[in-house]
Design a protein around this ligand. Structure first.
Ligand code: SF4
Length: 249
């Protein structure tokens, strides 16, 4: 079996998960978020198409040093069969398995959950789940699928997460001029509270490569702004775990 993945991006770091984690970067994404920091991974490039055997070998080697594998990208759920195969392989090696996703492929996530191949999901919710807001923040009018259908799928993913017991994280990218308003953020926070996820506020950064070059001069939200936002969330949802992820992480 072949899959689109990128060996250059493979790394062994901790990130927000409190474990030593091996990251596997899948190539290809169905979104084009303007602030995306992995623009090189958005297309299904021919150079990324490789046998999954190579990746399995790499995961096996890394299993001596790490506790978990995190499938990220790009959007890993677009390559359902390869993802299931690799998650199963990692599980056989007694590794924990995590998934970073934009939530647009509930059927893939359902398969992984039903096969008990996931220990952790980090779901990016980029905007309030209303057509106008989602289009404004993500520019989803330029995506292949209509916004209404993306939102339908995202809602299905959220419903799935409510039914399964696993470690959950909801991430909100905080991006000046796009996703920063209190009411917008709180509408996503409510989802995190409903599904019992911890919440991560991700600070927008222009340090990495960025998809929309118009954002290069935009100043990232300051620490004070993010802390104020966190305090506000705590006031409304006192039992919710809220983390700030600085731009350099
Ligand atoms: S931020 Fe994530 S979902 Fe958005 S384009 Fe980049 S990889 Fe895709």
């Amino acid at each position: 079996m072949q899959a689109y993945y990128c060996l250059d991006y493979l790394e062994r770091t901790g990130r927000s998960v409190k474990k030593n984690v091996f990251h596997v970067y899948f190539g290809g994404c169905n979104f084009r978020c303007p602030y995306c920091n992995t623009p090189d991974l958005l297309d299904f490039r021919e150079e990324y198409l490789q046998d999954v055997k190579l990746l399995k070998q790499k995961i096996k080697e890394e299993s001596n040093f790490v506790e978990a594998v995190l499938f990220t990208g790009g959007e890993p759920t677009l390559q359902r069969l390869a993802l299931i195969e690799l998650a199963r392989f990692a599980k056989k090696l007694k590794l924990k398995v995590g998934l970073d996703t934009n939530g647009s492929k509930p059927l893939t996530i359902k398969s992984l959950l039903e096969k008990k191949l996931l220990d952790f999901i980090s779901l990016d919710i980029k905007a309030p789940l209303l057509e106008d807001d989602f289009e404004r923040v993500t520019k989803s009018k330029t995506f292949f699928a209509p916004t209404a259908s993306i939102l339908h799928d995202l809602n299905n993913t959220i419903s799935l997460l409510k039914k399964h017991k696993l470690e959950l994280e909801i991430r909100i990218p905080i991006v000046p001029s796009l996703m920063y308003r209190k009411e917008d953020v709180l509408s996503v926070v409510k989802i995190a509270s409903d599904v019992g996820a911890r919440l991560v506020l991700v600070q927008f950064s222009t340090k990495n490569p960025i998809l929309n070059k118009k954002l290069i001069g935009v100043k990232p939200p300051g620490e004070k702004f993010l802390k104020t936002l966190r305090d506000l969330i705590h006031k409304k949802y006192p039992s919710l775990d809220v983390y700030l992820l600085p731009a350099e992480n």
